[in-house]
Write a protein that binds this ligand. Sequence first.
Ligand code: MN
Length: 275
Amino acid sequence: MLELSANIEYMYTDRDFVDRIDAVAELDVPAFEFGVWLERDVPSIRERAKRHRLTVANISVDPKISLLDADESAALARAVRATCDTARQFGCTQLGLLVEEVKLEPGRPWFDYQRSDRQRDERRRQRDNIVRALKSVAPVAEGEGMLLLIECLNTLVDHADYFIASWKEGVSIAREVDSPAVGLTFDAYHHQVNEGNLISSLRQDIDLIHHIHIADVPGRHEPGTGEINYLNLLRAAKQAGYDGYLGLECVPTKEDVGAALAPIRQIVDQVNREE
Ligand SMILES: [Mn+2]
């Protein structure tokens, strides 16, 4: 069954962070998620989630550590351990992990790095560092019963210097790590901005996809405001065997968030009813 999870970093931003959980409960969505947690009031978040019987679907590994840098492996292991401890308090078993940014030449599009041998070699070295870093922390996550989910972000609109700009590269990294504790978040918004081909990607690599993020293009607003056909996409996800959360990482266009989310809720209900 597909279930919505509201990302409270993106909605109700005029409210105190913990109070946003009350707003999610009023929406009658079963789960919420957020990113980094070190500067958040973890006990209050836990208490509020429990009060409303809401699931915490996903949090991010914190502090953010660059997986591109081979010297950071001890810091990464510490961050993963600490995040597992926090996630356990919420009953959350999925940890988002961003690999961070290429710092060679900020603002340069990733495909430009293919032009010289030196740049190609540097990118190759950084890619291998990501694989090595993930292999080193995979047993930690596995031992804790947690999933580490890397994510591809778009480099054309929002994250010019982020390393994993293509789904294929993210998949190749996860396949090389080859751990049941390491998979991918499929972010339909980022994927559509950088490369499109959403349904094919999703079908082909569904075994690695443990979480889905949704928003529409352009603008990262709620599904239904742009060019992504969420009925067909979510139907394909369900038919391929996806059975999990759809993290709403969108900035609603309406003050009435419930009204903004009505179309995607209708789509999720419809897809869930289908055989
Ligand atoms: Mn995302």
